[in-house]
Design a protein around this ligand. Structure first.
Ligand SMILES: Cc1ncc(COP(=O)(O)O)c(C=O)c1O
Length: 403
């Protein structure tokens, strides 16, 4: 016999959005549209050149998958350490110590199920409903989305855009920190700007956050895709271990592992047990055998990381050479790092509408600036991490509408 009455069943059946109306209002206020939803209609369409996402056409090298299958064969298929397997935490600590100026210890690493998950942990640690996270724009939208998921507000400070490219005025950040602000978030190298925030500016941000008692969350997911150098500057060179600084990182970009969902958070050592607790109550840990793939990537992947950096730099050159020849495009200095060109087109003030028109006319998928923060509505983002042939074809198609 059913435990519900016919009357309550009938009421539910006739209320088409009964379940949805029970979702928290803060969630209901988050727009459903994002780059993925805009692109959904084009998924699997082989005629479309998909330059709208932050991923390329290169898969992770086979030795990484081989390490994972070896781990499965060896029985690494059970629950494991909440902060990550010791081998991967140590491999990442050694890797970071070798990249920067300071030694990073393994107790400062928590392995996460993606860079995005590292952002989620950071926000959950810091923000309560009604708090604010101050986001340096233009930036990839997911930090803002995550803040909204926990009921926090998103404040924005826009970088200045001039003939020298994108620059950050730390005084504007200082002016925007009110008592509700619990963290400042920035990405360097930037997505979508490809700009690197100079070490002196990062230091000024750190000083500001120390003085005001707020967290600094640095997203360094693109730090190995810095053109012509081994790595971009890292805040880890400036921060003391117990500073309120969290650094987001990921295997997605440098090791071409977007679909693997593996990343890490570098944090003060005192947070280790708290993060272990937070992991326990969410995923209970990152897929055990995947973490062994991560060890292989970190320990043997340097040639591949260098390849990815050069691949993106070559992509930037092909795309920017073409864009600079299109009379209506305003590009500014070429990106110094990352995977993207970010530009405006005269006569196309609404980039969202422009992306849809461009897709219909050329079958090239671009991302509109509206997703990267207030002030970017007229910009288009193009991912350059594709083969030279594909990029030349894409630019040939775009010439029809952008020249
Ligand atoms: C700036 C930035 N941070 C974090 C991420 C998230 O990376 P992951 O794929 O590991 O979630 C991305 C992905 O595009 C990104 O652009």
């Amino acid at each position: 016999m059913s435990s519900t009455s016919p009357a309550t069943r009938a009421a539910a059946a006739h209320h088409p959005e009964l379940a949805l109306s029970g979702v928290r209002p803060a969630i209901g206020r988050i727009p459903l549209e994002n780059i993925s939803s805009l692109a959904r209609g084009g998924f699997g369409d082989r005629d479309i050149i998909p330059l709208w996402f932050g991923e390329g056409d290169v898969a992770a090298p086979p030795f990484i998958a081989e390490a994972m299958t070896r781990a499965i064969a060896a029985g690494e298929v059970f629950y494991t350490h909440q902060n990550g397997i010791p081998a991967l935490r140590q491999a990442l600590a050694t890797y970071l110590s070798g990249l920067g100026q300071r030694a990073i210890t393994a107790d400062r690493i928590t392995v996460t199920a993606s860079g995005m998950y590292a952002i989620m942990l950071a926000v959950q640690l810091i923000a309560e409903p009604g708090d604010s996270i101050l986001v340096i724009d233009p930036v990839w939208p997911n930090m803002g989305g995550m803040a909204q998921l926990v009921g926090a507000n998103v404040r924005s400070v826009c970088m200045d855009h001039g003939p020298g490219g994108w620059t950050l005025d730390v005084d504007k950040v200082a002016a925007a920190i009110d008592p509700t602000v619990k963290a400042v978030f920035y990405a360097s190298p930037g997505n979508p700007t490809g700009a690197m925030i100079p070490m002196a500016t990062q230091g000024a941000l750190l000083d500001l956050c120390r003085r005001r008692g707020v967290w600094l969350i640095a997203d360094e997911v693109y730090n190995r895709l810095a053109f012509g150098r081994r790595a971009a500057d890292t805040i880890l060179d400036l921060a003391e271990p117990e500073d309120r600084v969290l650094v987001i990182n990921s295997f997605s970009k440098s090791w071409a592992m977007t679909g693997w969902r593996l990343g890490w958070l570098t944090h003060p050592p005192s947070l280790g047990p708290t993060l272990a607790m937070a992991v326990q109550y969410t995923t209970s840990g990152v897929t055990t055998f995947l973490q062994h793939a991560g060890v292989a990537a970190v320990e043997e992947g340097e040639p591949f990381v260098a390849f990815m950096r050069d691949y993106c730099q070559n992509g930037v050159e092909i795309v920017c050479d073409a864009l600079e020849g299109f009379g209506r495009v305003r590009l500014g200095p070429r990106p110094a790092a990352g995977m993207y060109a970010f530009f405006e087109v005269d006569g196309m003030p609404d980039a969202r509408a422009a992306c849809l028109d461009i897709l219909a006319a050329t079958q090239v998928g671009l991302a509109p600036g509206v997703f990267f923060g207030p002030g970017s509505e007229s910009f288009l983002r193009l991912c350059v991490c594709r083969s030279p042939e594909v990029l030349r074809t894409a630019m040939g198609r775009l010439e029809k509408v952008l020249r």
